[in-house]
Structures are given as C-alpha cells and as structure tokens.
Design a protein around this ligand. Structure first.
Ligand code: NAP
Length: 286
C-alpha cells in the first residue's frame, strides 16, 4: 500500500506510525518543506522514503497534514497530480475554506475533509506518538462529496486507528471548534503573555507556578506557524467567541470591584457543571 504524507510533523508523523502498525504492507513516503524533519522521520523509522510531489502519482492514500493556509494552496495541485483511485485525506483544524477551495475541482470526489480531534502542544516528527488517535473523534465534513468507495476505504482506516466518527458541515465544524479549541488556545496564549509581561524574571514564575498554572498555560507552547492561519481562516467565529469571553471576564472584574462575592460564587458554582459534562472522559481523550 503506497502512502504519501505531506507534512511529516506531529499529526502526519503520528498517522504514519499508526498506519505502519495496522498495515504491514504500508510503504510511506514523506514530503515536507523541512529537510531536517524528513531526515528525523527517516531516522525514527516513521517514513520509508523522502519524496516530492512526483512521488504522489502512484500513491493510493495521501495524507495532507500541513498548516491550513499551506493546505489550501497545495490541495488543488495535488488533486491534479494523483491517480483516479487515490484517496486524499486532510487533517486541518479549519474546514470551510478548504472545502470551498476544491468545490468545483474535477477530482473533488478523491478528497475527504477531516479533522482528527487529537494532538498535543508539540510539533514536528519527534513529537509524533503511536496511538494518538485511539478513542478520539474524527470529524468528517461533506462526506457525500467523496466517492463512496473512497469513503469506505477511509472509514476502514479510521476504524483500525480506533477513531470515532462525527459528520458535520464545514461551517458548523468551524463554529463549534472555535469555542472548544480555538478559544482555549487564545486564552492560554494570553494568560502566558500576561504572566510573562508582569514577571520579567522567569525564575519567579517557575518558583511560584503550581500545577494549575502549568495545565492552564500548556497550550501556550503550541506552534504560532500552525495557529496564525487557523485564527485567520476562522476569524469571524473566533471574534464572536472572544467577545463572549471578554464579556465574562469584564463581568467577573466588575463583580469583584463591587464586592459582589455572592455573584462571583454563583458564577463559579454554575461553571462547576463542567465536572459533570466532562465526567467519564479521561483527560487524554479530550
Ligand atoms: P507540525 O507538527 O508543525 O507539522 C507540519 C509539518 O508540515 C512541518 O514539518 C512543516 O515544516 C511542514 N510544512 C509546512 N508547510 C508545508 C508545505 N507547504 N508543504 C510540505 N510541508 C509543509 O504541525 P501539526 O501539529 O502536525 O499540524 C498539521 C495539521 O494538522 C494542521 O493543519 C493542523 O491544523 C492540524 N491539526 C493539528 C492538531 C494539533 O494538535 N497539533 C490537531 C488536529 C489537527 P516546518 O515546521 O518547517 O514549517
């Protein structure tokens, strides 16, 4: 089974590891703008060979796991290149623009738009983890626009990787993901920024930081190269979530100023509902 992976970082590399495990016959060619990442992926045995766009001509499966701005730029050209039976799956964290970009492409039926809700704050092939997708949700958009035989092939792969499937339209995906993923990242980035700016001496931060700070600021270690285009592509939804979030921060500040301790208590008590909502979902499955 010839597989091409464009972007052999955290997601592409983790997929490569799992695909090798479940398909003994998988031969994986890595394509990446970073020569260093390709070398690392080869050394770690994540890929079997380095390649370029010409290596995709006879690939059966192609995974596109690069930042979402680059994905939108390269996908039409990849579809032009591939053989008629090839399945191209993307992993981008935004779905509206990529689906719109290939809407009228003659090979639209070779493409399946996906977003595996799995990851960490780390990047590159050395961050790739075996089993990253086990028990996680994979959101598939516009499934009806992919050839039925290729949908079946993709579902078999996702099932072997242990993923749950949810179907959504791209606009609904981008709206919902703005709340549960994009806002969490902004909130973590800005918490980190606020603390770093105030505590110029980083040693003080580490001396005083407990596990609460560390877990809340974890996402601030994420790659700006990945997140800038995500915020750009999902700008309208992200701005809407930010407005609601800022309103809540303002309201918290106001209550504190007015000594409205009862109001603060109630806000926090109401938010404790999150325990019930997330109950039974292990942290590593969120
Ligand atoms: P990553 O670890 O940074 O890997 C991306 C790789 O693609 C890097 O090696 C990068 O090289 C390379 N690259 C960038 N532009 C390229 C291009 N035009 N052609 C070929 N290679 C290119 O990123 P990732 O976390 O795997 O994310 C990949 C995709 O998955 C993104 O679309 C992201 O939205 C999505 N995703 C991420 C997560 C997550 O938690 N990380 C979860 C779900 C989905 P350089 O480093 O040199 O730029």
């Amino acid at each position: 089974m010839k597989i091409g992976i464009i972007g052999i970082g955290l997601i592409g590399g983790s997929l490569a590891r799992d695909l090798k495990k479940v398909y003994a016959e998988a031969y994986i060619t890595g394509i990446d703008t970073s020569e260093a990442h390709l070398e690392t992926a080869l050394k770690l045995g994540i890929i079997d060979a380095k390649g370029d766009e010409s290596s995709l001509k006879d690939a059966e499966i192609i995974i596109l796991s690069i930042p979402v701005d680059a994905a939108v730029n390269v996908l039409p050209g990849i579809l032009d290149t591939v053989q008629d039976e090839a399945l191209i799956i993307d992993a981008g964290s935004t779905k509206t623009l990529i689906c719109a970009t290939v809407k009228t492409h003659p090979k639209r039926r070779n493409f399946l738009a996906c977003h595996p809700i799995a990851g960490t704050e780390f990047s590159g092939p050395s961050a790739a983890i075996e089993g990253l997708f086990e028990g996680k949700t994979n959101i598939i958009c516009e499934v009806e626009k992919t050839a039925f035989k290729l949908q079946e092939k993709a579902l078999e792969i996702f099932q072997k990787l242990g993923m749950r499937i949810r179907y959504m339209n791209p606009e609904a995906h981008d709206k919902h993901i703005a709340y549960v993923s994009h806002l969490s990242h902004i909130s973590s980035f800005m918490l980190g920024k606020t603390v770093i700016e105030k505590e110029k001496n980083e040693r003080d931060i580490f001396d005083m930081a407990g596990s609460g700070f560390e877990s809340t600021v974890r996402l601030a270690k994420s790659s700006p190269a990945m997140w800038t285009p995500i915020f750009d592509q999902n700008k309208e939804n992200v701005i809407e979530t930010l407005e609601e979030y800022i309103q809540n921060l303002e309201s918290f500040k106001q209550k504190l100023k007015e000594d409205d301790l009862e109001g603060l208590y109630k806000d926090m008590q109401d938010t404790n509902k999150i325990k019930e909502i997330l109950k039974g979902i292990p942290l590593n499955k969120l």
